[in-house]
Write a protein that binds this ligand. Sequence first.
Ligand code: FAD
Length: 396
Amino acid sequence: MKEIDALVVGAGAVGISTAYHLAQEGASVAVIEKESGPAMHQSGRNSGVIHAGYNPKPGSLKAEYCVEGNRQLREYCQDRGVPIREGGILIVARSDPEMMVIEELASRGRANGTDIRVLGEDEIKDVEPHTHGIGALQAIEGASFDSRAYVHALAGDASNAGASLFYDSKVRSIKESGKAVTVNTAKGRFMAKVAVNAAGLYADELADELADDMRVIPFRGYYAELSPAKTPLVNSHIYAAPDLNFPFLGVHLSKRTDGRVIVGPGAMLAFGREAYDFSSFKGGGLGKTLGWPGFYRMMMRSEFQSLARTEVKKSLMLRAIAKEAIQLVPELEARDFVRSYAGNRAQLVDRQGNLVDDIVVRETARSVHVLNAVSPGLTCSLPFGKQLAEQALSKL
Ligand SMILES: Cc1cc2nc3c(=O)[nH]c(=O)nc-3n(C[C@H](O)[C@H](O)[C@H](O)COP(=O)(O)OP(=O)(O)OC[C@H]3O[C@@H](n4cnc5c(N)ncnc54)[C@H](O)[C@@H]3O)c2cc1C
């Protein structure tokens, strides 16, 4: 194959956004994806929330891309006819300690430039009449969108701008020599001046020794959903005040663009990187996860152990998710919940057992590796992909 400017591995939101921005800049670019289409993993199995930017710590990459990405993504969905449902996010406090979390999130949101309001008990009812709390944070710019439709639309735009997309092509390795990079796939070799690794749950494996000190550990998020008769009890998004050590966890009720209300997710170790049910080991890697020193150290941390117990319960028992959700919407009953889908989160864990909280990108002379496209990676994807494209272009 003739050498092109850039190869992007992975047709999730991050890879497709990178390819789109590269093509827009006039670079010749090809996306190589192992599945038969885009958004088959994290970018198609998630909560579908356009986050507003009150969670990430000010100064973090996540904060910068989330706030900018929120505005760009909402505009993109409107322009391109991608299903979107505006309505804001409500984070509800049910106790004084939770109210302190709300105040911390409000201060982060203000520092990040997010449009937020702190509501008293009575004002909550104006936004979500069936929710109960002593106070809440309302993030006006939060919304729902159809993430799969978004990545498909962006893939179409990338293709129209000149990008080529190759599906059913699993990348085995990325090798650099001199001024070229070779990407070996099950279907043959591709050569380019630069490669971008946006392989999500497998990004650490393709980064090889560049990711020696970190490992992707897949956490499976299980969702329940409300029976159709109960969906009118939720207007938009209702979140419990999170544990600030693990803000990506905690139950929320979210009205999707199709009107269904998803509840969850729980989070537990997935037995394979693409294993989406209890008995599956699909995607492999369990042995490597269990043998990773960082996994052992993470499991030994006391705050993680108590959290793991709650999260495993929420993943295994529908009534454990229901119990948390009923605290947010007391009119619900256990029988109103049914099991729904699951998605696996690529969580980077370092050798010391810390869950890496911010986006991590590492580079060599001819490659850019996205090691931690951590949540809210969909919301971040437009400005983040633009930045990755710029990093790749600087190597041409
Ligand atoms: C349960 C859950 C809920 C979430 N909710 C939200 C939310 O509401 N809002 C939000 O903003 N973010 C959310 N996120 C985070 C968001 O989904 C991710 O940050 C984002 O989708 C990451 O995109 P990505 O392109 O990096 O990865 P992915 O979407 O996983 O894409 C990686 C692609 O690489 C391909 N690939 C992997 N290995 C190879 C290989 N060897 N060769 C070729 N192709 C390969 C995969 O098949 C895949 O298509 C959630 C995540 C999860 C798991």
